[in-house]
Design a protein around this ligand. Structure first.
Ligand code: SF4
Ligand code: SF4
Ligand code: SF4
Length: 272
């Protein structure tokens, strides 16, 4: 039974968040929302332990579709980075701000970039494309993400400064258009670079939050040096070019790890 502790712990963490927010905000939505996400992630970890091939994809679809379709399109919450700035400027600590705080700012201290591997609705689609492992070395284009990060902030600030009316509606359409643009750019880049995760590596503004916080992540893949035979397979199957055989926090592309477990599944020596 010990091997099933990780999903139980993950579920407990999300239930703690769900109950805390439900009681402090007096809104049962938070209980249902975080319980659903916690159950989805716990199910994925359980399936992974049972060596189910599509464990991660199951979670991606359960959480990604819920956020994109239900929270974004039906509920009208802009859960993209523009929505975060918008709610931050209005001083409202609601869905998008809480989502960012839990999944992308403080959560990564615990579970690194698990968001990117298991919940992001952009990557949910990109991961269906044919280039699961990059066919060429990483390009030095990561600086683009700082431009898109600044652009998202300037866009929302400009809406406030220009006193644009009906901002709720504007933010809803910003969410729709933003997602269409993300998918179009993400798919084009994946084909251009033959790398499904090119958008994540070079363009995504959210990584500006995720990378520094995940540097200190509690949940990390570690390598048992006594078992490792330096075959290099983990590196070859890694979609994010992480040198997972280096246990230091300064490992190459360490803050890019999305905890997809491809390296663990493919290691011939069970060294990870
Ligand atoms: S880097 Fe951005 S697009 Fe990629 S999975 Fe993470 S949040 Fe999603
Ligand atoms: S796949 Fe396993 S054995 Fe091979 S280099 Fe990576 S950790 Fe070492
Ligand atoms: S293959 Fe391993 S090192 Fe690479 S992103 Fe996935 S979990 Fe992280």
């Amino acid at each position: 039974m010990k091997k099933y502790m990780p999903p139980v712990v993950m579920l407990a963490v999300f239930e703690a968040i769900a109950v805390t927010l439900w009681l402090t905000k007096g809104n049962i939505f938070y209980l249902i929302n975080f319980s659903y996400i916690g159950c989805s992630i716990a199910l994925g970890i359980f399936l992974f332990i049972r060596r189910h091939r599509h464990a991660r994809r199951v979670v991606q679809l359960l959480v990604g579709l819920y956020m994109l379709i239900y929270l974004g399109l039906i509920h009208g919450e802009n859960m993209q980075i523009e929505g975060f700035w918008y709610y931050l400027f209005t001083g409202v600590f609601e869905a998008a701000t809480i989502h960012y705080a839990v999944a992308k700012i403080f959560g990564p201290l615990l579970f690194g970039r698990g968001w990117c591997g298991y919940a992001c609705w952009t990557a949910m689609v990109l991961d269906f494309l044919p280039y699961k492992t990059p066919s060429s070395p990483r390009k030095k284009l990561g600086w683009i993400r700082y431009i898109t990060f600044a652009a998202s902030l300037v866009f929302v600030a400009a809406l406030f400064l220009a006193r644009v009316g009906n901002l709720e509606r504007v933010m809803f359409w910003a969410f729709v258009v933003g997602n269409v643009v993300y998918y179009a750019v993400g798919i084009a880049l994946a084909y251009a670079f033959q790398d499904n995760r090119a958008f994540c590596k070079y363009i995504c503004p959210v990584a500006v939050f995720l990378k520094p916080m995940s540097y200190y992540a509690l949940a990390r893949i570690k390598c048992d040096k006594d078992k490792c035979i330096s075959c290099g397979k983990c590196r070859r199957v890694c979609p994010m070019d992480v040198d997972v055989t280096d246990n230091s926090r300064k490992r190459e592309n360490g803050t890019e790890c999305i905890l997809c477990m491809e390296c663990v599944r493919n290691c011939p020596r069970d060294a990870l």
